[in-house]
Write a protein that binds this ligand. Sequence first.
Ligand SMILES: C[S@@+](CC[C@H](N)C(=O)[O-])C[C@H]1O[C@@H](n2cnc3c(N)ncnc32)[C@H](O)[C@@H]1O
Length: 261
Amino acid sequence: MKTLLKKIMEKYRNVMYLPVIKKLKGGQIMPIFIFLFSKIGILSRWAKEAGTSAWLVKTEEKYGGLVTGAYVNKLSPNDTREFEVLRRKGMRGGDRMNPLYHNYAPIYSKYLKQFLDKKVALLEVGILRGTGLAIWSDLFGGGRVIGADIDLFNYEENIKNLRELGAFSNKNIEVHLFDQFENNIKLLENILKGDKLDIVIDDGAHTDESILKTLDSICPHLNKNFVYFIEDNSTVWKKVAKKFPKWKVINYHEMTVCTHH
Ligand SMILES: C[S@@+](CC[C@H](N)C(=O)[O-])C[C@H]1O[C@@H](n2cnc3c(N)ncnc32)[C@H](O)[C@@H]1O
């Protein structure tokens, strides 16, 4: 019985935080249950195995976890969002993996598995305080981890803290100023110096226009076997699928994942 239970849990370790749990939530009980469940996951031995859902949740927490009200200093001139409204509200980050917030850990775990032992080139657009970059740097120690953002203030303010927490010991990190509404094909060519991107994460402005413009700039730089994550937009996937009919575009509510066929 114990071995059977162990086998089942081993098999499903990457889907420990399936979004379905979130869908079932009602009243106050479910969030408490999810919280306890995630703590068990974090304490489990799977959290020691790099790339599992539990590891991703634990590592995001290690590098600070949820941040709200982060400074908004700059928006693209082409961004249609209200600067004043955004500035008052502040930005939110470090909340992608945790099952209480976006709960993307099972999705990341599923699609990143194939790259774990490879020397990848990874680009994250929209880095805020660098929590995501710190996770990717730990996960892909032998590869290139590239951060891009229209404003590096929040990252630069947090970099010392991240280093004290153990981030970027692999020295595989680089960050660049980047407005995702612009045509960045040339800028990326200069940054990549012949490398092709294996993994891309768009966690920037989250509007359809910004996402599609970013795809245009990044597309010529993708490796044959790529994975492209688009966070926090539940409808843009239809436009992406139409624009790139040869790609496999999979939508998980607020997250869209694109791969080659
Ligand atoms: C949700 S936060 C990113 C959170 C981060 N990925 C994390 O791990 O916590 C959004 C980021 O997108 C950036 N951003 C907003 N507009 C942008 C643009 N036009 N081009 C590039 N980055 C942009 C913001 O400066 C902010 O750092």
